[in-house]
Write a protein that binds this ligand. Structure first.
Ligand code: DGL
Length: 295
């Protein structure tokens, strides 16, 4: 790792897989001059059904790896499940590193609902965490939350970008089936009294099935994810520490036409699957994904 001024060091972003790309997109929009290193732990996804001990272990290993290999100046844990299980442990293990976690947007949902009925879709790990219980409790006097753990959904979204056509087709069929089942389990949606008018996407993977969720809940329901809020929080934190990158991007690594800083993309799974997700959901023409082993 080459030593460089802190402001020019990259920001690490990680998720169990491709879901955190939805947060990366928001970060790039908010902070176009920053360099990012993205790590998808796809070989170990999904985290949501694996239990806290496993998620804590992977989160610590990955946080340390990103710090050692890239000297990151901040780490965005772009995974609700990992934040719920491991963010405190990660902060204790890496005390000098600013760490930004993500959590289901219950607070903004509570502020925006008119009917007082909010639906939440998240992983099993997130909805059974103590952190989520505290968050829910903090707003429970004003709002009724209908909460659904979505086993299998993050995994199906991971599968929807794998190279094999037949596996992708099967994943799309499964995504539709699961979204239909989980949305129906939450209750009735709409703007009328007693109906759920706000749906929280409490897993970063679910942002990529937003069109299908929109189709299922109808046009009057607000869908809320945390990507933009996390990006603004990251900016605030770096600004306070005077660690924002110089504008425009400077140095050899910068894109000469856009002035944007580059993004490094790594996965512990198949590089083709991460690249397909990036090509489909992000505009990053010059970014290439590679596989890394992190044990
Ligand atoms: N994208 C993750 C989240 O926000 C985790 C999905 C999973 O691996 O289960 O919760």
């Amino acid at each position: 790792m080459t030593q460089q001024p802190r402001a020019q060091q990259p920001i690490g972003v990680f998720d169990s897989g491709i879901g955190g790309l939805s947060v990366l997109a928001a970060l790039r929009e908010e902070l176009p001059h920053e360099r990012f290193v993205y790590l998808a732990d796809s070989a170990h996804a999904p985290y949501g059904e694996k239990g806290d001990a496993f998620v804590i272990r992977r989160t610590l290993v990955i946080g340390r790896w990103l710090q050692r290999k890239y000297g990151i100046k901040a780490l965005v844990v772009a995974c609700n499940t990992a934040t719920a299980a491991a963010v405190e442990r990660l902060r204790a293990a890496l005390p000098a590193l600013p760490i930004i976690g993500v959590e289901p947007a219950l607070k903004p949902a509570a502020e925006r609902t008119r009917t007082g009925q909010v639906g939440v879709l998240a992983t099993r790990g997130t909805v059974h965490s103590a952190r989520f219980a505290r968050l829910r409790e903090a707003h429970a006097s004003r709002v009724r939350f209908a909460v659904q753990a979505c086993d299998g959904l993050a995994q199906a979204i991971e599968q929807s970008t794998v190279p094999a056509w037949s596996a992708r087709e099967e994943a799309h069929r499964r995504i539709r089936e699961l979204c239909t089942r989980y949305v129906a389990a939450l209750g009735n949606f709409g703007s009328g009294a007693g109906k759920i008018d706000t749906l929280v996407l409490g897993c970063t993977h679910y942002v990529f099935v937003r069109p299908m969720l929109r189709e299922l809940v109808g046009p009057d329901v607000q869908l809320i994810d945390t990507g933009p809020a996390v990006a603004r929080q990251t900016r605030r934190l770096l600004a306070v520490q005077q660690a924002l990158a110089p504008q425009p991007c400077t140095g050899d690594a910068c894109d000469a036409t856009s002035g944007n800083a580059p993004v490094l993309l790594h996965t512990t799974g198949a590089a083709g699957a991460l690249q397909a997700a990036v090509d489909r959901w992000l505009q990053l023409p010059s970014a290439h994904s590679s596989t890394v082993a992190i044990a």
